[in-house]
Design a binder for this molecule. Structure first.
Ligand code: PMP
Length: 356
């Protein structure tokens, strides 16, 4: 059975060479006689995997010693709570930019825990940060670099002058360069751009972390995880191992600059087609169109369903838009090849010719 062109928004396509490598190590890791998923997280081979993985990520983004790099579970969704719990005290004010589904969800969780000020709120665009309504004495300014569902992406990040920047970089992490020193905290789930689901990387400035108070859970505290090298409890060893392979693969491919170049090239193929089409429409403001989640609509639901069915028949899979917004979404993360995108573009042109 040939592998298909997989445009899943996440868990997403992984580099085929890594899937093959993992397959060979699944029965016997490094001549140990047992699998990568059968070893203790405290064993020497796994400790080496964990350290190498962190070191590889630190080199990819030039992460300094001022930052902890944590490999946690609970998904980006747990970070919606951990961020306000760790970076602000009860009664403190924190700021959120709401630019789509995921930042709205983070905003909602933050509002349960701290005083949340909404700096900006938008759909399908990102208002210029200079126009955002800011407050004094905010503990952090939270935003989502790329809204996975709507396909809206910050082209430039807001300034960190008045409060540390916190970002959910889940869907464009390692697809573009980032100056980590400009951020207080960055988090990203692995399942889109660097591994399987079940692992979240948190990069947090050490001086923003503090030990838990008597009435706080240890598990929800960054300092506790940092102190234990992300092994406070059993980590997701498989995802951590896979992420390490993925980080090394990214180095071999040319690093995050090259990934960014490829994402620009891949998304341009689809946006150029959409912009010259009578059939496909993008709802997203051009300046903020995502390089990794290309969303578009067809004139009606019936034609959308025909599009999805026909695409699937020619091995173009997982193109259905999120249930919250409908339409089509092609996710073009690090492992999506230009060949896959060109196959999709050829299909889209043919479908338009037959349906206009
Ligand atoms: N933030 C963003 C930007 C996402 O795309 C997602 C998942 N698609 C999440 C948060 C939530 O991830 P999880 O369900 O793994 O917690």
């Amino acid at each position: 059975m040939p592998r298909t062109y997989n445009f899943s928004a996440g868990p997403a396509a992984l580099p085929e060479s890594l899937l093959r490598q993992v397959q060979t190590q699944m029965l016997d890791y490094d001549d140990l006689g047992y699998s990568i998923v059968e070893m203790s997280h405290r064993s020497t081979p796994f400790m080496e995997i964990a350290e190498r993985s962190e070191e590889s990520l630190r080199r990819l983004l030039n992460i300094s010693n001022d930052y902890h790099v944590l490999f946690l579970q609970g998904g980006p969704t747990l970070q919606f709570a951990m961020v306000p719990l760790n970076l602000a005290e009860s009664g403190d004010t924190v700021e959120y930019a709401v630019t789509g589904y995921w930042s709205r969800k983070a905003h909602r969780e933050g509002s349960r825990l701290r005083n949340v000020h909404t700096a900006t709120e938008s759909n399908h665009t990102i208002p210029d940060p200079d126009t955002w309504v800011r407050v004094r004495n905010s503990r952090f300014l939270y935003f989502t670099t790329n809204e996975t569902i709507e396909g809206v992406q910050f082209s430039q990040y807001p300034s960190n002058r008045s409060a540390p920047l916190v970002c959910d970089a889940t869907s464009d992490f390692l697809t573009r360069p980032m100056v980590v020193d400009d951020f207080g905290l960055i988090f990203a789930g692995a399942q889109k751009n660097f591994g399987p689901a079940g692992l979240t990387v948190v990069i947090v400035r050490k001086d923003l972390c503090r030990t838990p108070r008597d009435n706080e859970a240890e598990y929800l505290n960054y300092a506790v995880h940092a102190e234990q090298n992300s092994m406070y409890n059993t980590p997701n060893t498989f995802a951590w191992y896979f992420a390490g392979l993925y980080f090394d693969w990214l180095h071999e491919q040319g690093g995050v600059e090259e990934m960014h170049r490829r994402c620009q090239a891949k998304s341009k193929v689809l946006y150029d087609l959409i912009d010259s089409s009578e059939l496909y429409k993008s709802r997203v403001d051009r300046a903020y169109r995502s390089l990794v989640n290309v969303t578009f609509t067809l004139p009606n639901e019936q034609l959308t369903q025909v599009f999805l069915r026909r695409a699937s028949q020619v091995n173009l899979k997982n193109l259905k838009g999120h249930r919250a917004v409908g339409g089509i979404r092609a996710s073009l993360y690090n492992a999506t090849t230009i060949e896959a995108v060109e196959a999709l573009a050829a299909f889209m042109r043919q479908f338009e010719a037959e349906n206009i």
